[in-house]
Write a protein of this length. Structure first.
Lengths: 479, 96
């Protein structure tokens, strides 16, 4: 077990200090870069560390403060970005060989917003190739290791972003969550991870995996920092036609409200199979919220268990379409061949890793003539059942509590050669993506071997406020 | 899911799979489809498919000229470009 004792300041504390002139963004940055120098060789959270750019950004923040200007609500906060978010002129790889050498000609909306809020980007983090996986073992650049135990995975696909916060390389980070890719690594690395309501955060500049499921969200060391990030990155964006125009009340203001009278749902027909330690921690979480004034109610979500099947038909189908653009013409690498069709096929076979090829094949099959109705079409109907079941549950409960991951962080290679074993990591997170609802993972103690366990809080569409209230109450209950 | 199915799908997906990969992929996809048969137990006749989570509506914007991506910057990111265009191999070739 590594020493995590040098607890860094929270993002809220950093921003407050920098804005007040009592902290220098440059000093805060050097502390984080120092930790990167010390441990990044072991952890491998990053595909790219941007020390020079970060130093320039931190100096600009300090200069703004010195000139009497306010750099913004994230002034001087060191930030890491999952390497599937476009950064203009800076390589964006999706941890795939096929994007080798590609420098995006534009910034993602979240990147623009975070820079405008004063955040300092320290690097681009590792992921399972194109966000497909639950361990970062599918990265073309090698896996990220869990800072709590280097023999174990950090989870995935946003494993680098979770590990970067857990190791203190960055104060906060962004990930993307298509079926659990923020919440599961957050749970395995002992940090807070939030998947917002679909449409809460702009996807402009997020490299698409499954467009009806993908959503960007934060990793942070605590719930307040997550609220702070959400307040900055949320909001309507004309560049993303699926972004929600409804106003988004401040989550920083919501977290102080407590959970008195809140109805917390227990899903009585939740799929079984979580580790006993995980189940124990979940029970303690129910007790803690009850002690804080919430009411525990039983709800049923009968179609929950069918989420895995619906997801693994819908997400690969959308991926097979989205990833058609990597054809050796406009981005990254090309394998030469005498005609275009041969060039496409050779480039894609050489550029995509095994899991990405498997999902493209599965999705292409599910969408192909003769199979569309039996697979993709049927999965879309199951998706509706799941969303309807959740809607019924949310008439009785304000939030639902489940495990985030059925297990704690597992050892490298332990899922073997069976893709389904890896897919089961996301059994508790996937249904939320299908419904388009928000979910968050809050660290809630450890297993008997000291590895972090997360509790998942779910809420209905745009239920971020109640979700954050419950998250903050859980956090307070363990001090 | 047979090897012949996989060959057909690989062609649709523009992926050159090696013979060894074809067999492995066939076995793995067959295993997954077997698992995914769990939804066959559901009565879905009267269920409307759900394609996206938030109520869909058309999103319009004013039809005005706005700055777009810089052409040189975009072409610089391509593997081969020539005279302000993407360069590709012959379209009508061996597979034509």
């Amino acid at each position: 077990m590594s020493d995590m004792s040098s607890a860094p300041l929270s993002a809220a504390q950093i921003a407050a200090g920098v804005r007040a002139g009592t902290l220098k963004a440059a000093d805060v940055l050097e502390q984080h870069l120092g930790r990167i120098t010390d441990r990044e060789g072991d952890v491998h959270a990053f595909n790219l560390v941007m020390a020079d750019e970060a130093r320039a950004a931190a100096a600009a923040v300090d200069a703004a403060v010195a000139a009497g200007n306010d750099p913004g609500p994230l002034a001087g906060v060191p930030l890491a970005l999952k390497d599937n978010m476009c950064t203009r002129g800076i390589p964006t790889t999706c941890s795939s060989k096929i994007l080798e050498g590609w420098k995006p000609p534009y910034d993602a909306t979240v990147v623009t917003k975070l820079a405008a809020a004063g955040a300092v980007t320290v690097g681009k983090t590792n992921l399972d190739e194109f966000a497909m996986g639950s361990s970062t073992e599918n990265s073309a650049f090698g896996p990220t290791r869990n800072p709590h135990d280097l023999s174990r995975v950090p989870g995935g696909s946003s494993g680098g972003s979770a590990a970067a916060v857990a190791a203190g390389f960055a104060s906060v980070s962004l990930g993307s969550d298509t079926g659990g890719s923020i919440r599961q690594p957050a749970a395995l690395c002992g940090v807070v991870g939030v998947k917002p309501t679909y449409g809460y955060v702009s996807r402009y500049g997020l490299v698409a995996f499954a467009s009806s499921l993908d959503q960007i969200g934060p990793f942070t060391g605590n719930v307040e920092d997550a609220a702070l990030l959400m307040d900055v990155i949320g909001g309507h964006d004309p560049m993303d036609s699926t972004s929600i125009p409804e106003p988004q009340p401040s989550l920083v203001e919501a977290i102080g409200q407590g959970v008195e009278g809140l109805r917390v749902g227990r899903i009585t027909d939740l799929p079984q199979g979580a580790d006993p330690d995980v189940v124990d921690r979940l029970e303690l979480a129910f007790e803690a919220l009850q002690a804080a004034g919430a009411t525990i109610v039983d709800v049923e979500v009968p179609a929950f268990g069918y989420g895995l099947t619906a997801y693994y038909l819908i997400a690969p189908s959308e991926a097979s379409s989205n990833l058609a653009r990597y054809d050796g013409v406009r981005y990254g690498m090309r394998v030469d061949a005498p005609d275009t069709n041969a060039m496409y096929s050779a480039t894609r076979a050489a550029g995509f890793g095994e899991e990405v090829q498997r999902r493209i094949m599965l999705g292409t099959y599910a969408l192909s003539a003769g199979y569309y109705d039996a697979y993709y079409g049927k999965a879309l109907k199951v998706r509706r059942l799941i969303a309807d079941d959740f809607d019924r549950a949310y008439t009785k409960a304000d939030v639902l509590l489940t495990p985030t991951s059925p297990t704690v962080a597992f050892e490298f290679g332990s899922k073997g050669d069976d893709p389904l074993a890896m897919y089961l990591c996301d059994v508790y997170t996937i249904p939320t993506n299908l419904a388009g609802h928000p979910g968050m993972s809050v660290p809630y103690g450890t297993c008997q071997h000291g590895l972090p366990i997360g509790v998942q809080i779910l809420a209905g569409t745009l239920g971020e406020q109640v979700m954050f209230r419950a998250g903050a109450a859980l956090e307070r209950s363990i001090g | 899911m047979t090897v012949a199915d996989v060959v057909k799908v690989a062609k649709l997906a523009r992926l050159d799979l090696t013979p060894k990969n074809l067999e492995r992929t066939a076995a793995q996809l067959a295993g997954m489809l077997e698992h995914f048969a769990d939804i066959d137990a559901l009565d879905l006749d009267d269920v409307q498919p759900m394609t996206q989570p938030y109520p869909l509506r058309n999103v319009f914007r004013e039809d005005v000229v706005r700055p777009s991506l810089d052409r040189e910057e975009v072409l610089a990111a391509a593997p081969f470009a020539e005279d302000g265009r993407f360069r590709v191999p012959p379209i009508l070739g061996l597979d034509g």
